[in-house]
Design a protein around this ligand. Structure first.
Ligand code: ADP
Ligand code: MG
Length: 365
């Protein structure tokens, strides 16, 4: 089922007297295609949970509409929306077994939807198999690891076969290894069930790795929506450029002059068609190449060997960040000698942003 957000806005009254309202979700317009997994991504407080709560019906919008398929569900209560919810804290009932926890949503079904006990047990088992915890049905939550508890929560959200699955930072309470494993698991389950899914996270790597599309937000405002790779390659502004990528993008203060990009007194790239102006220059770590004739000269701090690649850490007086991180092919290790390094910049890895608006005005070709 596709989901459409139309002029969706949620304001909260200020918590301090005389302060201005908080616009947690500011005029969202986008469509979530049927059967896709969308990552809602942004720093803490940017409105991700509010957006999810509007989709689930736990909160009502200040204005705007939500459509599930062609149905306007804006005023439909949560229990009639057919959504499955998973939160960061698994929120399982501690006194119930895994099986009882998963069956719980089925027990409130009324009228024609009412199920017999064997029917409920069968559906619970199906959901448990999907998340691979069918061997743990008689345990209590306290007898499970964090990862297993979160699987139970996912099974519980799936047991009614929701039209929309909503996950709010579902991996945040898990340790690093489990986080990785569980996110792959979520992707697998989503692929198998094909349920349209919205996955909220502040972790860009997590969002990039499992989403069909990511929605990047800041202060309640949608910044960019697109395929993870496209957003990474062509961020619309400096915020998005900085938010995506590890190691992060390297940012320099410089200028465009005579259709060339200048960092200090070095012209590092072409900028065809861009008028003379002060700019921010963003270069991804993989955008540098070591070269004796390189156009950008940096002060070498150290070299970190990572096996296949090496990471050259350097500094430059016009860099915004303290350390410039570049990822270089390990074969080039010998060419690093002396106190300075010279880089050639791969043209398509250079991003130019207006100094004032911080909007992207140029990508190299
Ligand atoms: P996120 O999930 O991205 O961390 P939230 O959606 O929880 O962000 O919050 C977005 C903004 O709305 C924050 O500034 C937060 O303080 C504010 N906010 C959220 N819920 C409420 C509420 N019930 N009352 C007032 N302000 C709220
Ligand atoms: Mg949140």
């Amino acid at each position: 089922m596709k989901v459409v957000l139309e002029n969706l806005t949620k304001k909260f009254p200020s918590r301090t007297k005389g302060g201005s309202d908080v616009i947690a979700v500011n005029d969202f317009n986008f469509e979530i295609p049927d059967g896709q997994l969308i990552g809602l991504l942004g720093p803490s407080g940017c409105g991700k949970s509010t957006c999810l709560n509007l989709l689930s019906g736990l909160q009502t919008p200040t204005s705007g509409k939500i459509y599930f398929g062609d149905d306007d569900v804006t005023n439909l209560p949560p229990e009639n929306r057919g959504v499955g919810l998973v939160f960061q804290n698994y929120a399982l009932y501690p006194h119930l077994t895994v099986k009882q926890n998963i069956m719980f949503p089925l027990q409130n079904l009324k009228g024609a939807d009412k199920l017999s006990k064997p029917e409920m047990e069968e559906k619970a088992l199906e959901a448990a198999k999907l998340v691979q915890i069918d061997g743990l049905m008689d345990r209590k939550p306290s007898e499970l690891s964090g990862g297993q508890q979160q699987r139970v929560a996912i099974a519980r959200a799936l047991v009614k076969m929701p039209r929309l699955l909503l996950l709010d930072e579902p991996l945040s309470n898990l340790d690093a290894r489990l986080r990785l494993q569980t996110r792959e698991e979520i992707r697998r389950i989503q692929n198998e069930t094909n349920i349209t899914t919205v996955f909220v996270t502040h972790d860009q790597e997590e969002a990039m790795s499992i989403s069909d599309m990511i929605v990047v937000m800041k202060d309640g405002v949608l910044q960019q929506i697109g395929k993870p790779q496209d957003v990474y390659d062509s961020p619309v502004n400096l915020f998005v450029a900085k938010f995506l990528g590890t190691p992060p993008i390297n940012v320099f203060v410089g200028r465009v002059e005579g259709e060339k990009v200048w960092i200090g007194d070095e012209a590092v790239a072409e900028a065809k068609g861009v008028s003379d102006q002060p700019v921010y220059i963003g270069i991804r770590p993989e955008g540098f190449e070591l070269s004796k004739e390189g156009t950008l000269t940096c002060n070498l701090s150290r070299v970190e060997v990572m096996g296949r690649d090496i990471s050259v850490i350097s500094t430059h007086k016009d860099a915004e960040t303290e350390a410039i991180r570049s990822i270089i092919d390990a074969d080039n290790l010998e060419s690093i000698v002396g106190a300075t390094v010279k880089f050639e910049i791969k043209p398509h890895k250079i991003l130019i942003f207006n100094k004032e608006t911080e909007e992207r005005i140029y990508i190299g070709e």
